[in-house]
Design a protein. Structure first.
Length: 399
């Protein structure tokens, strides 16, 4: 298949480009250290031989990524599964999901797509702010990622957004690939998962026809990701305090790398993915005559509703909601032991925050928010007037 050259700066590597990419990453000293950590008893030559035997990106994922992820599930979780009853393994989709973990959200999706019977994984949208290291940039392109260009001027951003949209359409339509993209730029640090209409506007830049027709060509599936524990929760709380206390504070590449490593190496408890029905049929019910902004807001609210009502909640989500509201409204969903254990967990996570003038009360609230919002949004979306409350949930319950 001939891929238009305009996509070259952002697309994943094609099979014929893999040997050169393997050579580059294997020669990198830092990547060699990563391999030594991941495969302490395996000679580098054996890894090289195994890598060069992977002739396609999908083969690389099955040989290296799948086995690594299975080990993570075994050692650092209580299981990882997906409810894919609403989708067809023979079709291709654009998965739009909430975003918790920089690396694992899309990585686990790749594994789970294989587990449920898909013949391919998905191409992954990843921000170029995470690709400051050459070997990381090569590795993600081997792993079927395409680049989201950020920090551009307005005219450049418009051009980059249109190119990315056209590439996503090309990947689904011509390459017969699935695509994964987060519902918003960056992770929702407080776990209030809301779709940015700008993401949908970008998607509608590619394809042909009306806005509805263009979005239908992508076969969007809202995807809910539920981790029992988020290993990066204390890093997100730390970021909130730093932003509060230091108005000019900005995250660095080192901060992102720390989040990647902590997310991968930390304990996650139960992990659950659930696919809502593809929104194609629902889009046919939308009034295309709505003003553009209202149209995108309506679609975003529907995706939010689908994601929220498909969360899997754990006792700690209800504990957090009761703690932050200073109630015992939801105590039927947890035990006294659950409550005590979560209290101890919060104290332990706060102790991990090493900054000047650490504000324990503020950090505790930030941590509670991360675990309470999924329960709050699930309850709102699951109620009789769930769609209205999904819109209302865009108003924060923390002042």
């Amino acid at each position: 298949m001939k891929i238009p050259s305009e996509f070259d700066p952002i697309r994943p590597f094609e099979p014929e480009e893999l040997p050169a990419a393997y050579e580059r990453i294997l020669a990198d000293k830092q990547f060699q250290q990563v391999l030594a950590y991941l495969y302490p008893d395996v000679p580098i030559e054996a890894i090289k031989q195994k890598m060069y035997a992977c002739k396609t990106n999908f083969e690389f994922q099955k040989v290296f990524c799948y086995t690594f992820l299975q080990r993570l599930v075994t050692e650092l979780s209580l299981g990882c599964c997906m409810d894919a009853a609403n989708i067809n393994t023979r079709e291709r989709y654009t998965f739009v999901s909430n975003h918790r973990d920089i690396v694992l959200d899309s990585a686990f999706l790749d594994k789970l797509l294989i587990d449920v019977g898909f013949a391919t994984t998905c191409e992954i949208a990843i921000g170029d702010n995470l690709l400051s290291l050459d070997w990381v940039r090569d590795l993600v392109r081997i792993n079927k990622s395409f680049t989201v260009e950020r920090a551009l001027h307005s005219v450049e951003m418009l051009r980059a957004s249109k190119r990315m949209s056209e590439y996503i359409h090309f990947a689904v339509r011509e390459k017969n690939e699935n695509v994964w993209i987060a519902q918003r730029q960056g992770r929702a640090k407080n776990s209030n998962d809301l779709t940015q209409p700008a993401i949908l506007k970008m998607m509608a830049m590619g394809g042909e026809g009306t806005v509805i027709e263009r979005l239908k060509q992508l076969h969007i599936v809202p995807l809910s990701i539920s981790y029992e524990y988020d290993p990066c929760d204390y890093l997100k709380a730390r970021e909130y305090q730093l932003r509060r206390d230091l108005p000019y504070w900005k995250k660095t590449a080192e901060d992102d790398l720390e989040s990647m490593l902590v997310g991968i190496k930390g304990y996650k408890g139960h992990i659950f993915y659930k696919c809502a029905p593809c929104i194609d049929d629902w889009l046919d019910t939308v009034d295309e005559e709505l003003p553009k902004n209202k149209l995108f807001d309506t679609i975003a609210a529907h995706i939010d509703h689908e994601i929220h009502c498909n969360y899997r909640l754990y006792p700690i989500n209800y504990v957090a909601l009761d703690m932050i509201q200073d109630t015992r409204v939801y105590e039927e969903y947890y035990t006294a032991e659950d409550y005590q254990n979560f209290e101890a967990y919060l104290e332990g996570q706060i102790e991990k925050v090493k900054i000047d003038n650490r504000d324990d009360k503020f950090l505790r609230t930030c941590l509670l928010t991360q675990y309470a919002y999924p329960a709050k949004n699930y309850i709102a979306a699951s109620s009789e007037n769930g769609r209205l409350k999904s819109l209302l949930s865009r108003l924060t319950f923390l002042k």
